[in-house]
Ligand binder design. Structure first.
Ligand SMILES: Cc1ncc(COP(=O)(O)O)c(C=O)c1O
Length: 392
């Protein structure tokens, strides 16, 4: 049987990217000593208030078809939130609702990129970006994110990487896997470069509410906040991280009207709208204050600090303190191992599962990514076992 070229382009870019996690998860099913520090699954439950809202909505019969753009109550909640953040008005026509950031990203890239086009992305990069870009038929142009710059994409590095084919900058701020947060000035500089070269910006902001208060001088700033440049800026995000609700699959894209109008039929062709009871729950989540992201960012900061303090004096592994998010990078080049060898030996010998940097780009093979989404006692055990491993 013959399958299309798109299936070949993404063949190794789906769940295969997560093989180290899947392997460790299987091992953990029979071995309770295995600790999984692999993926960004929030370790606190979705708030019971949000679950109650979803349940009430289900029981009230909000189970029919929606429309392609999104339920009106959710569009209004998103318009209110983004208009307040932006200081100019975001209208329903600027919004499309999706099941999660991932689908919003997929449809946005499919709408902007085709064969012959290039998407600029900072490397290290989030593991699914390669698949999304490959699916569109376009190519990925890596811009090396330097450890010395705190893995923050710099405008001059971006500008140097632009070619005639470049069409979109796919920005991830706050950044996974490094936890870097771009300053207002850095965003402005990146925008100026994009504007000079006629590039779109697609900004993945799924971690915007998980910036660590304690160490980050950087307040979250989005390219969307600069009204003059709104004609080529798209923001994608969701409640997956902010409200510890990834299983609800509730996200959105915010963009100029012509972008949303053109993308809508693509989204409708694939999704035929999303679920009204989830829209009700998301509307409530956006319209009301929740402690979830504050609790998570305090926990993740504390755990990152614990790992940092434990590992910082080792001359084998260099922990890199994140400014946000759910992960911490560590540089393992002094061990002489590549990231995949390090990860498989750490799992085999100490039963600690982390992700190899190689899952996050060509520039990350001397790095490992440690997830902070497990309870404090597991982080304490992980600290001891990682130290034990590198001291051997
Ligand atoms: C940078 C980044 N973007 C997007 C996603 C996917 O988010 P969602 O659950 O909203 O699809 C993730 C999930 O880990 C992520 O880390």
């Amino acid at each position: 049987m013959q399958f299309t070229s798109i299936t070949k382009r993404v063949a190794n870019l789906g769940s295969k990217k997560w093989l180290p996690h899947l392997r460790a998860k299987k091992m953990a099913e029979t071995d309770p000593n295995v600790i999984l520090l692999t993926i960004g699954q929030p370790d606190i439950p979705t708030s019971s208030t949000l679950i109650d809202i979803a349940e009430k909505s289900l029981r009230e019969g909000r189970t029919g078809y929606s429309n392609g753009r999104g339920e009106p109550n959710l569009l209004s909640a998103l318009a209110k939130k983004y208009s307040a953040d932006c200081n100019f008005e975001i209208l329903h026509e600027n919004i499309l609702c999706f099941p999660g950031t991932q689908t919003a990203l997929f449809v946005s890239i499919m709408g902007l990129i085709e064969k012959g086009d290039e998407v600029l992305v900072g490397d290290p990069l989030y593991a699914t970006y390669e698949g999304v870009i490959a699916a569109s038929g376009g190519s990925l142009k890596r811009v090396k994110l330097k450890k010395n710059d705190g893995f923050r994409l710099q405008a001059n590095d971006l500008e140097r990487s632009i070619t005639k084919k470049s069409k979109v900058l796919l920005l991830n701020n706050p950044h996974n896997p490094s936890g870097a947060v771009l300053s207002k000035q850095e965003i402005k500089d990146l925008l100026s470069v994009c504007k000079r070269h006629g590039l779109w910006i697609v900004s993945d902001e799924v971690y915007s509410s998980l910036i660590f208060k304690n160490i980050s001088a950087n307040k979250f700033f989005s390219p969307l906040f600069i009204q003059d440049d709104f004609d080529k800026t798209v923001v994608v995000s969701s409640i997956s991280k902010s409200h510890a609700a990834p299983g609800f699959r509730s996200g959105w894209a915010i963009g100029p009207k012509d972008f949303c109008d053109s993308i809508l039929p693509l989204s409708e062709s694939m999704l035929f709208g999303n679920q009204p009871f989830i829209a009700d729950m998301t509307t409530f989540a956006l319209n009301n204050e929740h402690k979830t992201s504050k609790i998570m960012s305090a926990d993740y900061y504390k755990r990152a600090l614990k790992l940092f303090e434990t590992l910082k004096d080792s001359n084998m592994i260099e922990p890199i303190m994140p400014q946000s998010g759910m992960f911490m990078l560590a540089d393992i080049r002094n061990t002489g191992m590549d990231s995949e060898t390090f990860v498989s030996r750490l799992l085999r010998e100490e039963k600690i599962a982390v992700m190899p940097g190689s899952s996050f780009g060509d520039e990350a093979n001397t790095l490992i990514r440690i997830s902070l989404t497990v309870p404090d006692p597991d982080i304490d055990i992980a600290c001891k076992r990682i130290l034990n491993f590198i001291n051997k």
